[in-house]
Design a protein around this ligand. Sequence first.
Ligand code: XIL
Length: 321
Amino acid sequence: PAPLPPLKTLAPFRVGACVQALHLDDPALAALLAREVSQLTPEWQMKMEYIVQPDGSFRFDAPDRIAAFARAHGMGLLGHTLVWYAQAPEAFARLDENRIGFTDAYRNYILAVAGRYRGQVVGWDVVNEAVAEDGDGWRDSLWAQRLGAFDHIALAYRTAREADPDAALLLNDYNLEYFPRKRATYLNLAERLLASGAPLTGLGTQMHVAADVPPGEITRMIRELASLGLPIHISELDVSLTRAENKLLSRAELQRRQAAVYAEAAEAFMALPERQRFAFTVWGLRDRDSWLTAENAADAPAIFDNAGRPKAGAVALAEAF
Ligand code: XIL
């Protein structure tokens, strides 16, 4: 077969992948990233867990490296993420609480991080996974308890805007294709933020899906999210073989469905009006780079194989773009 043109040259929007600073030491991966993608998301080194040190100081070595790589290759940088319940280290709880107060510590963190990358990022996942797991309301967290379930979210958007006047400010969440109830709560949060004047400018849907996600659900989700009129980011797409619910499906059948899922995601995204296509990001370019493979070596969720050859998923994206 003829070699596949680079995905970033086919797509009329940014094509992204996540990356860790360490990955950039792998020349084969660095070359594949440079060839295929036009946007990078730091996989975890822009998270609070990485940035906030035990003594409360901040470190930016790894995120700076990723930012420099993106800049050197003319790629967009997607900041991920300012506020995430799963990354509220003790260090944050201690951040100068007595001297400046919790609200200022929270604001200072956002101002410092979003301020440092001002002019470098195309956008931020300002609040990650704000909706409760079962879709029943908003998630509990350190910040929800101290600043209010809604208020801490709205404050994060206002503060991020203060730090960076131009960045897209996104909301990001997962399982939105699986749980219509969670999707409704997510959309409700977005509407409430907009109504309160918070500068939310786009909606991210992670899309950590399994190969047996029922056909049609991804399309339905993307259409529904788009109904608010904001740009949509497919922000962390991967399609797991080993997380499939249906344990009777053969590996070959799962691989076939995996390609069909990538195709459905790409086609549904392409069907959006151009101004609503923020970017299309996969969570790991090669199978071996994926967090899912780290968890289960039998998984192969990505669009490139371990040697960097395009799998059927990459072909499906190329055809759709
Ligand atoms: C994951 C990374 O892939 C892992 O390397 C890290 O240890 C934990 O976080 N939703 C998100 C991502 O928004 O930040 C998560 O990334 C995957 C789920």
